[in-house]
Design a binder for this molecule. Structure first.
Ligand code: GH3
Ligand code: MG
Ligand code: MG
Length: 310
């Protein structure tokens, strides 16, 4: 049997976005964290900062407030509604009570006076990242690197707010591995874990950067699909189902097959307007897929009704 995949797991990098920072400060910070799993991105334009935010899982932003002049508040609000909900450290000259109150309301992790003392900033970065890790947003499943179910629920609430406010599409997939207990029973838990990692890799390779992957339970995954109609979600679910069925697992389990059942719910289906209902509906559809014999995709139409697609 080949060495199990887990032993070669790539480290999870933490992305930090620095906006408007002076080159000297940026250089000192980067060299201090040189040996750690942190990636620093620098932006000197709001547009570039947004692009970096959309393309990377940014967990911390360090922002020079003086860089923004009047649009600071708009910018911060846009960033804090991003899926990752990054922690923020603000560097400022403005210590007026009005500005301090504004920053506190925006739930900054820290606010530092300029000129910046590099050791103070470094300490502040460590604290902000540690605090965030303790919060649900920082909690990821160690096996797959996906969000846990608590984080997923929080992110789903935000995505529902966004879909409501801007009249956008939103779908949810609930994916459960079929007869997984028999894999553990026959080949052991370590092999079971490796199969879960293989499935996680297939999911990662199948979705867009803006989709949110979560390990919802032991052998159950949930995927939030923002900006996705029920039709597109169904096509994606079918593609995922097929890829998992056709993947080669022979090094670990010989000829034994791995399949998944998938349930889909959609924000635009009548009465599916809350996170709990959306999760429950996807779960009901998943249950129907299991009942129909497994290795199937089902969609939830109105609550508690489902349509078998395959
Ligand atoms: P079904 O098709 O109805 O989903 O059948 P199933 O066997 O997958 O479902 P069941 O709920 O009976 O069993 C799920 C199994 O998943 C039981 C548990 O041992 C296994 N499991 C849960 N979490 C993990 C994990 O982290 N690693 C491994 N290896 N197995 C896990
Ligand atoms: Mg299962
Ligand atoms: Mg299950």
């Amino acid at each position: 049997m080949p060495t199990l995949k887990k032993q070669f797991k790539k480290p999870n990098f933490t992305h930090v976005l620095c906006i408007g920072l002076e080159d000297a400060v940026m250089g000192t910070v980067e060299s201090c964290f040189f040996k750690e799993d942190l990636i620093f991105h620098a932006a000197h334009q709001a547009k570039k900062a947004i692009k970096i935010l959309l393309e990377n899982e940014v967990e911390l932003m360090i922002i020079d407030q003086d860089f923004f002049s009047i649009h600071f508040l708009d910018f911060i609000q846009k960033c804090s509604s991003s899926v990752m909900n990054p922690a923020m450290i603000v560097l400022t000259h403005d210590h007026s009570p009005q500005n301090m109150r504004k920053l506190i309301q925006l739930k900054m992790s820290d606010c530092l006076s300029k000129p910046i003392d590099a050791p103070v900033l470094i300490e502040s970065i460590r604290c902000a990242l540690a605090d965030r890790k303790r919060s649900i947003y920082g909690i990821k499943d160690p096996l797959t690197g996906f969000y846990n179910r608590y984080a997923l629920k929080e992110i789903l609430k935000k995505e529902i707010d966004r879909a409501k406010r801007y009249h956008r599409h939103l779908s949810l997939l609930m994916i459960d591995v079929d007869y997984f207990k028999s894999i553990n029973d026959e080949f052991g838990h370590l092999v079971g874990d490796t199969i879960l990692e293989e499935i996680a890799d297939i999911l990662k390779a199948s979705v867009r950067k803006t989709d949110v992957l979560s390990r919802f339970g032991g052998e159950e995954f949930a995927v939030i699909l923002p900006e996705t109609t029920i039709g597109h979600a169904t096509m994606l679910a079918e593609r995922i189902r097929k890829k998992i069925e056709e993947h080669n697992y022979t090094p670990w389990i010989g000829n034994k097959k791995i399949t998944v059942s998938i349930g889909i719910s959609n924000y635009h289906t009548p009465d599916q307007k809350s996170d709990l209902v959306l999760i429950h509906s996807a779960d009901q559809a998943l249950y129907a897929a299991k009942k129909e014999g497994r290795n199937k995709v089902c969609i939830s139409i109105p609550p508690r009704e489902t349509r078998i697609l395959r």
